[in-house]
Design a protein around this ligand. Structure first.
Ligand code: SF4
Length: 255
């Protein structure tokens, strides 16, 4: 039985590894148009099919954990509603992946500011990032967004992350340096985009690459299996830092 469990874990990890390795190939093809359209089309098709497979596996894990752990039911239901709406349903219905920015607002991403993002998605994302997140954090603390709404760290730590045994978090020094530095860079990027709207093109390209290497490749292939479900949240995420800082400010005000 233990052997079967370990084989399934490995298989799940392998699916993540292959999916994000294919995204890496896709990025390389996109950066080098000389490779031609055919390999890019194939890499695209492979990546999106694998991603869809991952989403289906995550849906299966949600059902399994809802049945097995009734105490986590509410959190899983809310997280699944957020994740599958913003990551799957909305982008598919509205035929644009830009809609994922609704629950990936600044400072998690610059996607809302991407010229390709529909204006409605931009307004909702800005409202979410600058009004709703601070408001719910002020009222309920970090657990509001990072516990019940985030379609990334919160969702994957409760699904894919639960497949692996919990690990004590180390690397505390890195955790003190990377999230504030990342947040500072995202703030500088936001100021640059507001002051010089044309700067969004190079900044967005750079941000997409950083996001891919940290929130996807590192988190899914190394972070979750070896360091735990919240590895990206603690070691990298600028949004988590933003939220934790708001909580500290509230405590500092004596509330
Ligand atoms: S720390 Fe970042 S990734 Fe983790 S739950 Fe919070 S916002 Fe999401």
């Amino acid at each position: 039985m233990k052997k079967l469990k370990n084989s399934l874990k490995f298989l799940l990890w392998l699916i993540f590894f292959i999916t994000f390795a294919s995204e890496f190939v896709k990025i390389v093809f996109e950066l080098n148009p000389d490779f031609g359209h055919k390999p890019l089309r194939m890499a695209n098709a492979f990546f999106w099919s694998s991603l869809f497979l991952i989403e289906m596996i995550m849906a299966g894990l949600v059902i399994y954990f809802i049945v097995k752990y009734p105490a986590r039911r509410l959190r899983l239901i809310i997280l699944s509603a957020c994740h599958f709406t913003v990551i799957l349903a909305l982008p598919m219905l509205l035929d644009s992946w830009s809609w994922t920015c609704l629950l990936y607002p600044w400072p998690h991403s610059l996607q809302a500011f991407d010229p390709a993002t529909p204006r409605t998605a931009f307004y909702v994302s800005v409202f979410m990032g600058f009004a709703i997140v601070p408001l719910i954090t002020y009222k309920w603390g970090a657990k509001a967004f990072c516990g019940y709404l985030c379609p990334h760290g919160a969702f994957f730590s409760e699904t894919y992350g639960r497949v692996f045994s919990p690990k004590p978090m180390r690397f505390l020094r890195i955790a003190k340096v990377i999230p504030p530095a990342y947040f500072f860079l995202m703030t500088a990027a936001l100021v640059a985009v507001i002051a010089l709207p044309g700067s969004i093109y190079p900044l967005r390209s750079a941000q997409k690459l950083v996001y891919f290497f940290t929130a996807e490749l590192f988190y899914f292939v190394i972070g979750i299996p070896l360091l735990g479900g919240r590895s990206y949240c603690s070691l990298i995420c600028p949004m988590g830092y933003f939220i934790r800082t708001m909580v500290k400010c509230k405590r500092g005000n004596g509330e």
